[in-house]
Design a protein around this ligand. Structure first.
Ligand code: 13P
Length: 341
């Protein structure tokens, strides 16, 4: 499969979604520290190859986003990770941004770096077997944030990245994440997400990006983490779908949500509720990091005797999210969850 449209569609095939396992060195160190594991090259390899080697996972997982280091590592049997994933029917992808850095002159705001030399890096990644890529921009909500300039700067970088990806035959996942940090309400998240998505699609259009050969990875429309009231699942689903319908062209084959700090079960329930509101112009799927990995990470916690138990935990989470792709998830299905730890 080499055609951009085919790859994009395969990533959002019915019942399937993406595992985001592309944590940068500082992020994976933070996740490992939460379960008392030191982040080293071998510990990262053991943990990630454990996830990728989970029996039967290709039934639910269409693709995995890797970090540069991981794309170059091997499975325990010696096969390069991208080759082993492809052989299992899972598309290998690669995080290509170089992180969100402070935006000079705009306190508290960030712009994602990594455009310089990107064409050459993308060519190398394609040669190593990557079929798609990811670039994450972050938009923070605060008293007088985000600025229009921050949204524009990030939209421009996302569009330049996406155009370069398509040039070398990689499907770009375009990720403008409006963060959950703060005490703002759901209406504010909705307004900022709309402003962000409109700027991103305007930039993608100007940069001649082919919508049919890309995926969007957005946040859901939620109240901030510190807002006093949680929104009901049904409200989050309705408001997120309305926001996306207003901003995302129907030519985009799929929308793959990030979990962004939601609990595992919330992330699944929200996706399920959105799919129950369908049909939609695009596939609504997942590209979860934390919400797919948390249970497996806690179960493993650095103990290689727990690898099979951790794989069962990951398999369960992937299966739940696969059910949510069809709008067939029910919280009663969680009773099959393996005990964590
Ligand atoms: P979370 O689902 O943990 O937000 O991670 C997804 C991701 O890839 C963020 O860039």
């Amino acid at each position: 499969m080499t055609n951009l449209h085919d790859i994009a569609r395969a990533l959002v095939a019915p019942g399937k979604g993406i595992l985001a396992a592309d944590e940068s060195f500082p992020t994976i160190a933070k996740r490992f520290a939460s379960v008392g594991v030191e982040s080293t090259e071998p510990s990262r390899r053991t943990y990630r190859t454990m996830l990728f080697g989970t029996p039967g996972i290709a039934e639910f997982i269409s693709g995995v986003i890797l970090f540069d280091e991981t794309l170059r590592q091997s499975m325990p049997d010696g096969r390069p990770i991208p080759e082993a994933l492809a052989a299992a029917g899972v598309l290998p992808g690669i995080k290509v941004d170089r992180g969100a850095k402070p935006l000079a002159g705009f306190e508290g705001e960030k712009v994602t770096e990594g455009l310089d030399g990107l064409r050459d890096r993308l060519e190398e990644y394609a040669g190593l077997g990557a079929r798609f890529a990811k670039w994450r921009a972050v938009i923070a909500i605060g008293a007088d944030r985000p600025s229009g300039f921050c949204i524009e700067a990030n939209a421009h970088a996302l569009a330049r990245y996406a155009a370069l990806c398509q040039e070398v035959g990689l499907v770009p996942i375009v990720e403008p994440e409006v963060l959950m940090d703060g005490d703002h309400d759901l209406d504010r998240c909705d307004a900022v997400t709309r402003a962000t998505l409109q700027a991103v699609f305007a930039a993608l259009f100007r940069h001649r990006v082919d919508y049919e050969g890309m995926l969007l990875k957005p946040n859901m429309v939620l109240p901030g983490k510190d807002h006093p009231k949680k929104a009901p699942v049904e409200t989050v689903a309705r408001r997120t779908v309305a926001c996306l319908r207003a901003c995302v062209p129907a030519a985009v084959p799929g929308i793959v949500f990030l979990s962004g700090g939601q609990s595992d079960e919330e992330a699944t329930a929200h996706l399920d509720a959105m799919n129950r509101l369908g049909p939609h112009p695009w596939e609504l799927s997942f590209s979860y990091g934390r919400a797919l990995q948390q249970a497996a990470l806690k179960t493993w916690a650095g103990d290689d005797g727990k690898i099979e138990a951790a794989q069962r935990a990951f398999h369960h989470r992937a299966r739940m999210n696969s059910a949510a792709r069809h709008g067939r998830y029910d919280v009663s299905m969680e009773k099959d969850a393996p005990a964590v730890g």
